[in-house]
Design a protein around this ligand. Structure first.
Ligand code: URA
Length: 241
């Protein structure tokens, strides 16, 4: 069956579908020996697809849940030679990559997969899952701050969607607070920007859950494979089943 080139690349675990599109338009992809830059190109099993000199193959899809520690970058490679989330998966042979991202100094739950289609859906605003974060912030968070976060605050000239917010505790001596925020958007530095918008800079941030998935049973730096029923449920929630 003929399928779009970017879809086949995503299914082969090369990159998300969106990233595959930019690789095509950037001239990184050859079909049967010729560079193809048109996004509408259809290919079949008989076509040879080479991405940056490497032929693609259909890999079995794999799904991992990592407890990302602080001080690790969520990229596949880092120019500054810092530790990356992939360094925890040295013995995994599939070409996996992170679903979305966590900041260098943020810890918590991160999914990794070679399933470009699922990655695409999970990071699409239409399907964004609820994610829970716990933030330690400077200052004592007031009821009014919480109210503003619940309604939505301006970040980068766009209002954030209403968040579920709870004050967990405050330390009057140290003048710090711990806040739980549940959001479904995934904008860059979203939680840090939301907290800054109400006057509290984030000192420490951790993602505790991603939809129905939690960090239970894992220590920072540890990972596990998703169970088949968890993969099924993720797919169902984003309309892939
Ligand atoms: N929000 C942030 O500010 N940083 C993260 O890493 C995740 C969400």
């Amino acid at each position: 069956m003929a399928e779009r080139l970017q879809k086949v690349m995503a299914q082969a675990g090369v990159a998300s579908r969106r990233k595959a599109e930019s690789m095509i338009t950037d001239g990184e992809v050859k079909v049967n020996g010729k560079v193809v830059k048109e996004l509408g190109t259809k290919v079949t099993d008989k076509d040879t697809i080479i991405v940056n000199g490497v032929p693609i193959s259909k890999e079995e899809h794999v799904y991992y849940l990592l407890y990302k520690p602080r001080g690790v970058v969520t990229t596949v490679k880092d120019d500054k030679k810092r530790k990356t989330v992939l360094d925890f998966f040295e013995n995994v042979s599939e070409r996996i990559y992170p679903v979305g991202r966590l900041d260098y100094d943020t810890s918590g739950l991160l999914l990794l997969t070679n399933d470009g289609e699922l990655d695409n859906r999970l990071t699409h605003p239409k399907y964004e899952f609820e994610k829970n974060y716990v933030a330690k912030v400077k200052g004592i968070v007031s009821n009014n701050d919480l109210k503003q976060l619940r309604v939505g605050v301006m970040i980068d000239d766009k209002k954030s969607a209403p968040a579920k917010v709870k004050l967990i505790k405050t330390n009057e001596d140290a003048k710090t607070s711990i806040v739980s925020l549940t959001i479904h958007e995934g904008r860059n530095h979203q939680v840090k920007k939301m907290m800054s918008a109400v006057g509290h800079s984030v000192m420490k941030l951790s993602r505790e859950s991603y939809g129905f998935l939690t960090l239970q049973g894992l220590q920072p730096g540890e990972w596990r494979r998703l169970k088949p029923h968890e993969v099924e449920e993720l797919k169902k929630k984003v309309g892939l089943k």
